[in-house]
Design a protein around this ligand. Structure first.
Ligand code: BGC
Length: 513
């Protein structure tokens, strides 16, 4: 296997974590309406709500603790461990005979999903060459969409059974990808960056050699990347303590701003209203007579993620996010306006839910089309990019911790919107439309472009560092390129800033280096 196919295999395989995430979330929304499930767990709205929110609570908690595991036992073993936890949670759910067991199973599976949702993109970002990092992290979102779609069709097939197999089978099935992930992860390499951070440099070089050069440890690309990582780790050890308090410090690397950017990208990707479409669109459709809409949405979602995989590294993060927000915003505003003009909201007391009735055929067709457009707009843009961006903007020493906090915000807002959307229903589409437009402006003003830069070069994009090209020799291996030297110089500049050396003196120092 050549180097590029190996890194693809590693990134794609770890993305099975995303599939578990999409599948489990999708499966439960289908199961809730199945007759045998409702018979076994006679549910009121409150119970239904808590079956969904117990998973989200687990996810939130899982994301929060994932930073600790990512650093302590490493990215690879955290993914492996989380898939075993997932199996425990999923067996508890599939065999549930009481509500308590079901809730417990949901929380346990949620913890695993929370951990995976943070560590998989982290792992992918750390094994990827910078030129295709966006593409490889997009695999995470792609497999979420595949998981969501598979769950829909499996629920669709098993709901015909006239026994508890109706809902137990879909839950048993999710153990298959989890087992494959747990087993396969043991053959995947460790993150080279985590290895260097854990002083396992020889192994790091071997992994880099496999990922970049078909096993050739002396290849220039391998040596250069190792040098860059090593330099980065050394600098970080000297420069700052590894703890959570760092996340709120500004410092010359602008950590606080970077954490806020990560948090807001996760919040925004919920505020653009994708889940109002993914989970609540059927409450519009039910009265427009298009039954399989969720299934079709699933296909649109999978297909429209492909352009991100192909081109996000060419388009860049900013253009992708801004264009996606504009398209989603426009679609949401159109959907919201049609619903406001033609839709009638009513409460179905048997199902305990709000519905929107759209009698006019043209309006119903227009809403359908714009729902697909907004799913597609999300799928190529915010879906993948909100995993990519946070996974690439933090310094190694705090990457795990920062990413765990930002990912937890995704789950928090997922939960919050899950509470609000069903109550407001039609008016939320207008609100989401407005948010999407605001997001485009926000990204334009505050989010720097990151494509094509190595993880070690992010400090120069976000930090208050003078770009400087003067060469110094802090390399561990000779390299013909100036790039790693440039990073080394930036580190020096950061040290000077930290020591409070005034600007004029800094200039002198640069010049005399
Ligand atoms: C989001 C989910 C959303 C899904 C749609 C995921 O990245 O976290 O909330 O339903 O994308 O594909």
């Amino acid at each position: 296997m050549n180097e590029s196919s190996y890194v693809y295999v590693c990134a794609a395989f770890s993305a099975i974590g995303g599939l578990l995430f999409g599948y489990d979330i999708g499966v439960i929304s289908g199961i809730l309406t199945m007759s045998h499930f409702r018979e076994k767990f006679p549910s009121g709205l409150a119970k239904e709500g808590s079956i969904v929110s117990s998973l989200l609570a687990g996810c939130f908690f899982g994301a929060l603790i994932s930073g600790y595991f990512a650093d302590k036992i490493g990215r690879k073993f955290s993914i492996l461990g989380a898939s075993i936890v997932f199996i425990v949670g999923s067996v508890l759910q599939a065999t549930a005979t009481t509500f308590i067991q079901l809730y417990f199973g949901r929380v346990v599976a949620g913890i695993s999903i929370g951990i995976l949702s943070m560590i998989v993109p982290l792992y992918q970002s750390e094994i990827s060459p910078k030129e295709i990092r966006g593409r490889l992290i997009s695999f995470q979102q792609w497999s979420i969409t595949i998981g969501l779609a598979i769950s829909f069709w499996i629920n669709y097939a098993t709901e015909k059974f006239d026994s508890s197999a109706q809902w137990r089978i879909p839950l048993w099935i999710q153990n298959v990808p989890a087992l494959i992930l747990a087993f396969g992860m043991s053959f995947l390499p460790f993150s080279p960056r985590w290895l260097v951070c854990s002083d396992r440099d020889e192994e790091a070089i071997t992994v880099l050699a496999k990922l970049r050069a078909g096993g050739d440890r002396t290849a220039e690309a391998v040596q250069k990347e190792y040098t860059e990582i090593k330099d980065n780790v050394r600098f970080e050890r000297e420069f700052a303590a590894k703890n959570y308090s760092e996340l709120i410090k500004k410092g010359p690397e602008n950590i606080r701003k970077r954490v806020l950017l990560g948090i807001f990208i996760q919040i925004f990707q919920q505020l653009n209203g994708i889940n109002a479409i993914m989970y609540f669109a059927p409450q519009i459709y039910n009265n427009a007579g298009i039954d399989l809409s969720t299934g079709i949405n699933g296909f649109v979602n999978i297909l429209a993620t492909v352009p991100a995989i192909l081109w996000v590294d060419r388009w860049g993060r900013r253009a992708t996010l801004i264009s996606g927000s504009m398209l989603m915003g426009a679609s949401m505003l159109i959907i919201g306006s049609i619903l406001a003009i033609d839709g009638t909201k009513y409460f179905d007391s048997t199902l305990g839910k709000n519905f929107i009735k759209l009698d006019n055929k043209a309006s119903s067709l227009a809403v359908t089309i714009f729902i697909y457009i907004s799913v597609a707009s999300f799928a190529y843009s915010w879906g993948p990019t909100r995993w990519i961006y946070p996974a690439e903007i933090y310094p190694l020493r705090i990457r795990g911790k920062a990413l765990s906090i930002t990912t937890a915000f995704n789950w928090l807002f997922n939960f919050v919107l899950g509470q609000i959307v069903p109550i407001l229903l039609n008016s939320t589409y207008i609100i989401f439309g407005i948010f999407s437009i605001i997001m485009a402006i926000f990204v334009h003003i505050f989010y720097p472009e990151t494509k094509g830069n190595s993880l070690e070069e992010m400090d120069s994009i976000f930090g208050n560092i003078h770009p400087n090209n003067i060469t110094i020799s802090r390399q561990h291996y000779p390299s013909s390129s100036n790039e790693s030297v440039h990073v080394g110089q930036q580190r020096e500049n950061l040290r000077d800033l930290e020591r409070g050396i005034p600007e004029e003196e800094e200039e002198d120092i640069y010049l005399s280096t």
